[in-house]
Design a protein. Structure first.
Length: 274
């Protein structure tokens, strides 16, 4: 059993075969998928909710991605505050900082990040963090972890560092703030040794796995559109690194998911563990 804890299943890349994509995920043992509610900006943050309403095993998040921080406005915040009460919404995100592309000015990204942390705390939801520094720098990491330490950690709601690309010290700082560390398909890439080194240190009971579909398809699917069924490859690589099986990694990270979000296990999950 597996959980894809982070997938973008909205948008044109899945319009023609979304049903088949979801069916393939179920066929390889994916028990749950978290549909990320960013869309292409503040007007589409309900995209994950729409999928969660259609499929019982899909949960949703909502939030304004740092790329679209420049588009944030007061009405969007009020709308998210309302949507956060939906029973299938389990986290706020992905939110954070992206200094690699700088699609939004960095001061604007920080302001929107802070405002969303306030809203997530009011909704008592954990946050899903996107953090990408400029090339060859730790700038976004320092800013992001600093803001998390000052403005989020004291709230006690924790969160997820999604698609982790940092180093072990950065992961450790996040773990100390109550965060889970989620690994994606880039763990399998030849040049991703830093991620693999961190994956050897993060306690197995603090890990999640994800696809970040449609991005970052793992080897042997690299270069193709990613989809939730491929989360199996990330689990397999983690198992290889840690001297266990991909199935055991899948089972442990599935338990981690249910425990972190305080969700009841599915009947299928209980059967597969028996």
């Amino acid at each position: 059993m597996f959980v894809d804890s982070h997938a973008h299943l909205d948008g044109e890349r899945f319009e023609s075969d979304r049903e088949q994509v979801i069916a393939r995920a179920k066929a390889v043992g994916v028990q749950n998928i978290v549909a990320i509610g960013n869309g292409d900006g503040p007007e589409q943050v309900d995209c994950g909710i729409r999928l969660a309403e259609k499929y019982e095993f899909i949960y949703a998040t909502l939030g304004i991605h740092p790329h679209e921080a420049r588009l944030a406005h007061e009405a969007a915040y009020q709308n998210m505050e309302r949507l956060a009460k939906h029973p299938k919404v389990i986290a706020w995100g992905e939110i954070g900082l992206d200094y690699f592309y700088d699609h939004s000015a960095r001061d604007v990204q920080r302001q929107v990040f802070l405002r969303q942390m306030e809203l997530a705390a009011a909704a008592k939801l954990p946050i899903v963090i996107h953090c990408r520094p400029s090339d060859g720098s730790d700038d976004a990491w320092e800013d992001c972890l600093g803001l998390m330490r000052e403005h989020w950690a004291p709230k006690g709601f924790g969160g997820i560092l999604h698609c982790f690309t940092g180093n072990w010290p950065q992961a450790k700082r996040s773990l100390d703030m109550g965060f889970m560390i989620s690994f994606a398909g880039n763990l399998t890439f030849p040049k991703a040794q830093q991620i693999r080194d961190a994956a050897l240190e993060v306690p197995l009971n603090r890990m999640l796995i994800e696809t970040d579909s449609p991005y970052l398809a793992p080897i042997p699917h690299r270069g193709k559109r990613n989809e939730p069924a491929y989360v199996v490859e990330t689990a397999r690589k983690l198992g290889e690194l840690r001297g266990t099986s991909g199935e055991e990694v899948g089972q442990q990270t599935t338990r981690n998911f249910y425990n972190f979000f305080k969700l009841a296990e599915t009947a299928e999950s209980k059967v597969s563990r028996a």
